[in-house]
Design a protein around this ligand. Structure first.
Ligand code: NDP
Ligand code: 2IT
Length: 449
């Protein structure tokens, strides 16, 4: 083992010893650090500066009680968190997730990813993540509002346009951001537009933010395929999820001429041999907040299958996981490759396990890693902050064109670093090195923090 490999192993052991239960966090740190060894070898100063020891430790972790009243008048108590991971290149920036599975390990993994993702966007944003184990499913609008107000009543003291700027993630969309913003404004008695992003268009939101992650994913994949002279036209695409990221990935993939045959939620998946109808999915999930099996009622030729994992058994050229972490394990990766899948683009955060990523790379699958491929959402969040500071509102086309440029530059930067460090198609390594480099330089320039 080289000196830098040993250094990385030591760090992985350190975080395991400190927080043995934080498996998701350990996995994401492993993915990033093991792939940047060639960069560390050329930059030994970072070992001397104990940069890895510093970068794996959040600058601040906030955990708080959220007590709220449900519609029956009963008191409910949830846990709220904000992980402020790294502010070297800008205020902490990253989404809030409301899902029963939320815990510190998941939020630290998401915050760690966010640091390098935000660095890749080239915009001045640090990395953070937050959320709660609150489950929005089955709750009334009023219950969601009361929960959001209770959550912000604590969170407000830790955030601000120059401090920490949350946005949406799983279970947090336009409705929740509206209630959170209202409560922040009420408490602070000031109209700090840029304290949250993903706002509605009537009160400081940016056009194209809703579409940005899904569109950005397809822009990234298109750049990756263009470089290999492969067209998206007539390719069969399997997409998981049916939320914000999945919906707009479906729309943009179809605009590029691909045939999307699946989408899913946590109960099961839809296979539509005629191509998924974007309008129906959008209505069921975005407007009615329903379940994906309802799709069959509108399109009787489609099949609904119980269980979401089966989606990876469907034969495809391209797979775009857009639901959640660890949804593609080694078994699913093997089935995808055996069925002829040649391209994987990650819309969700860490949807492929480490073993699955390894398998894809070894089997020459063109692999677009999450922190590069799904950076379009946070990039447009940063553009929303710019518009809020300028007190201006850009057109959809302006924002979309900037998004296209940003995704292209992220691809080129990841590719350049993959080439420079000797593994030209390994965008996992390329993106990690490109993202890490800027954060490391900014931390060094600012002295010991
Ligand atoms: P949404 O809440 O809008 O949608 C999530 C979708 O994934 C739903 O279809 C949901 O099904 C499904 N899902 C959630 N949890 C699970 C689970 N444990 N097992 C199976 N399916 C599940 O979230 P987003 O679309 O915003 O987020 C999807 C992914 O994209 C996440 O990994 C998120 O971190 C990532 N991401 C989001 C960005 C954004 O801007 N929103 C930006 C970059 C990445 P169900 O309705 O049954 O829960
Ligand atoms: O994972 C992500 O990049 C997001 N959920 C978006 C974060 C943001 O601040 O827009």
């Amino acid at each position: 083992m080289s000196e830098m490999q040993t250094y990385v192993e030591d760090i992985l052991n350190l975080i395991k010893k400190r927080d043995p239960d934080q498996i998701e966090f350990q996995n994401t740190v492993k993915e990033v650090l093991t792939s940047i060894v060639p960069f560390l070898e050329k930059n030994p100063q970072y070992k001397a500066q104990k940069l890895l020891e510093r970068i794996v430790e959040p600058e601040r972790v906030i955990s708080f009680r959220v007590a709220w009243e449900d519609d029956k008048g009963e008191i409910q108590v949830n846990r709220g968190y904000r992980v402020q991971m790294n502010s070297a290149i800008g205020p902490y920036k990253g989404g809030l997730r409301f899902h029963p599975s939320v815990n510190l390990s998941i939020l630290k993994f998401l915050a760690f990813e966010q640091v390098f993702k935000n660095s890749l966007t080239s915009l001045p944003i640090g990395g953070g993540k937050g959320g709660s184990d609150f489950d929005p499913k089955g709750k009334s609008d009023n219950e969601v509002m009361r929960f959001c107000q209770a959550f912000m009543t604590e969170l407000y003291r830790h955030i601000g346009p120059h401090v920490d700027v949350p946005a949406g993630d799983i279970g947090v969309g336009g409705r929740e951001i509206g209630y959170l913003f209202g409560q922040y404004k009420r408490i602070r008695d000031a109209y700090d537009s840029a304290v949250l992003t993903g706002k509605g268009l009537t009160y400081g939101g940016s056009l194209a933010r809703t579409e940005a992650t899904g569109y950005g994913l397809l822009y990234f994949v298109k750049n990756m395929l263009d470089a290999k002279n492969i067209s998206l036209k007539d390719k069969t695409v399997v997409i998981s999820g049916a939320g914000n990221v999945a919906i707009y990935a479906i729309q943009k993939a179809q605009e590029f001429g691909a045939k999307v045959v699946t989408c899913s939620d946590s109960n099961g998946y839809i296979y539509d041999p005629n191509g998924i109808d974007f309008v129906t999915v959008k209505r069921i999930k975005e407007v009615d907040r329903g379940r994906i099996y309802e799709y069959e009622n509108v399109h009787p030729t489609a099949e609904y299958h119980e269980g979401c994992r089966g989606v990876w058994d469907v034969k495809c050229d391209i797979a775009l996981p857009c639901a959640t972490q660890s949804e593609i394990d080694l078994e699913s990766a093997k089935r995808l490759v055996a069925n002829g899948c040649k391209v994987v683009g990650e819309g969700a955060n860490m949807p492929s396990t480490l073993e699955a990523i390894d398998y894809f790379l070894k089997n020459n699958v063109l692999f677009a890693p999450a922190k590069a491929a799904n950076a379009g959402g946070v990039a447009v969040s940063a553009l929303e902050m710019s518009q809020n500071s300028e007190r201006l509102h850009w057109t959809f086309e302006e924002v979309d064109n900037k998004l296209k440029d940003i995704m292209k530059n992220i691809y080129l930067n990841a590719k350049k670093n993959a080439e420079e460090f000797g593994d030209p198609d390994n965008l996992v390594m390329g993106a990690n090195i490109a993202g890490f480099k800027k954060v490391a330089e900014a931390m060094t320039a600012q002295g010991l923090v």
